[in-house]
Write a protein that binds this ligand. Sequence first.
Ligand SMILES: Nc1ncnc2c1ncn2[C@@H]1O[C@H](COP(=O)(O)OP(=O)(O)O)[C@@H](O)[C@H]1O
Ligand SMILES: [Mg+2]
Length: 272
Amino acid sequence: MPANLEFAVLVEHLVKKYKDIIAVNDISFSVNKGEFFAFLGPNGAGKTTTIKILCTLIRQTSGISYINGYNTITNRKDVRKSIGLVFQDSTLDNDLSAQENLNFHAKLYGMDKKRIRERINYILDFIDLYNYKDKPVKLLSGGMKRRLEVGRGLLHSPAVLFLDEPTAGLDIQTRINMWGFIDKLRKEEQTTIFLTTHYIEEAENCDKIAIIDNGKIIAINTPFELKKLIELKDGDIPTLSDVFISLVGKGIREETATANDRMREFGRILKR
Ligand SMILES: Nc1ncnc2c1ncn2[C@@H]1O[C@H](COP(=O)(O)OP(=O)(O)O)[C@@H](O)[C@H]1O
Ligand SMILES: [Mg+2]
């Protein structure tokens, strides 16, 4: 029986140094099973580095991390079986069809033959690509490709699905569609979701947010509780963007001025 089984993710005093850069600077946190968790922070904050450690792609300098109770250094095999991973940059094979990409992944994970077919059909339907399943991936739109990657990450029913900036590089309309899709994912799949983002509105709908900057976790709580941390002079209810600016001392990125607009847009979509 692995230790710390009650948490989907458990991190204790994690540090990652690259020569004189401290990419991850002594962070500790936990993610409950089934939780939708977000790492919110600007570029260079240490989000991807943390995910890479949790997914056993790199080793930490110090500290301990567990996925589903499995130690990410001493039990890499079990950790890898427990996770699905969607990175910023596509890792799909463009010449293969959507179905072939899924099939390849299923075989890589040694999935049972009968189960492969059922699960692939379910996933194709879930990501709304069933009718495109035989098309080479290079002919799919950016949003379709991203959904396919998420579907592939879910294929082997991982306990934890890591989504590293899943909407980065997409145009605004596609991004909005992806938010709707992530919301569906959250409602319909039981998996724990670990999302990283530098879009505040993307974190708004999570169960728990860790605000990360310069390799440090500045605050970690529900969006509701985070908003209680600050008070605005005019008595307005703070947005997450206000919280971020007040805790970190700067906006999350240049375009923050329009974040409220997008947040409203996001809220509208979720309420539909
Ligand atoms: N392989 C590497 N070698 C040196 N520095 C790195 C490496 N990977 C990341 N870093 C640095 O670590 C910091 C955190 O990077 P990263 O985890 O990619 O941030 P984020 O994903 O939040 O944008 C940055 O300063 C980045 O330049
Ligand atoms: Mg990153």
